[in-house]
Design a binder for this molecule. Structure first.
Ligand code: SF4
Ligand code: SF4
Length: 262
């Protein structure tokens, strides 16, 4: 399971600044369990976008958006609604958003950030992968994850070392940034490359403490979790007494000693 959280509505509405007509997709797999993209959240998003002046051309919830075959088959009955849309907003994990972006020839925007593994990885067979960075960048990259498609996880463009479309690190791999460039070009979105990308917040990539305590996290990260009790804290070092001070353990003098009676 990939745990996702809905992006702040201000970020979503900023993505849709130039798009009037929107189609919304949700996922009844991990996103529904996460409370970020099930039928309830899709209905809420439709209402919010309508109130914000957008025209929602249609919505669709799928069992698993991470399966491209399933995405295509689920959308077969929604062709007209999709045609009428300027963009597709997807409420699910990074893998699902990438699978939708690979399946339809429309601008696809992420409505969620994939935060972490909430358990074992999904059983998708596609090539899309998510690094659970907690700050989904797929809007800027045409729906291809730069962290997983680029061997160096570069988020601000290509390193310049690619040769004939292959990565300089591994000739068996396509250059992720060439894939991103080609996708943006094909969809008429090359201006996205002018976007100023914020530096990644690496704190968001670290598993949260509550996730690290899960039994499954332990199984998937052998050696990182132990069931041995933590050692007791070391005793604090004894303070060095000041010159003239009473030795440690000596009774303290009373704050207001009684006056001597003559
Ligand atoms: S940018 Fe990539 S790693 Fe980050 S949430 Fe999106 S798909 Fe996952
Ligand atoms: S050649 Fe492409 S995929 Fe490889 S590290 Fe450079 S930008 Fe990333």
């Amino acid at each position: 399971m990939l745990y996702s959280e809905q992006k702040h509505f201000d970020e979503i509405i900023a993505y849709l600044e130039k798009d009037k007509n929107v189609f919304i997709m949700g996922c009844e797999g991990c996103a529904q369990s996460s409370g970020s993209g099930g039928p309830e959240q899709v209905a809420e998003m439709k209402q919010k976008l309508t109130e914000a002046g957008k025209n929602v051309t249609g919505t669709r919830n799928c069992d698993f958006l991470c399966s491209k075959a399933l995405v295509k088959s689920e959308l077969r009955g929604r062709v007209e609604q999709l045609k009428a849309a300027d963009a597709v907003l997807v409420l699910t994990c990074g893998v699902g958003i990438q699978a939708v972006a690979a399946s339809i020839n429309k601008p696809v925007y992420p409505g969620c950030n994939t935060v972490n593994l909430g358990g074992s990885r999904g059983e998708w067979e596609g090539t899309e992968r998510c690094f659970e960075c907690g700050q989904c960048l797929l809007y800027h990259t045409g729906g291809i994850c730069p962290l997983t498609a680029c061997t160096k996880s570069l988020v601000s463009g290509a390193c310049g070392g690619a040769n004939k479309g292959k990565c300089e690190i591994s000739k068996d791999r396509d250059c992720g940034w060439e894939l991103i460039y080609n996708r943006l070009k094909e969809r008429g979105l090359l201006s996205r490359l002018d976007d100023m990308m914020k530096p990644l917040d690496h704190k968001k990539i670290m598993p949260r403490p509550e996730m690290m305590s899960l039994a499954r996290y332990g199984l998937e990260n052998p050696g990182k979790v132990t069931d041995k009790p933590a050692p007791p804290p070391a005793p604090a070092p004894a303070a060095t007494p000041k010159a003239g001070a009473a030795p440690a353990g000596a009774p303290k003098p009373a704050a207001n000693p009684p006056k001597e009676v003559k």
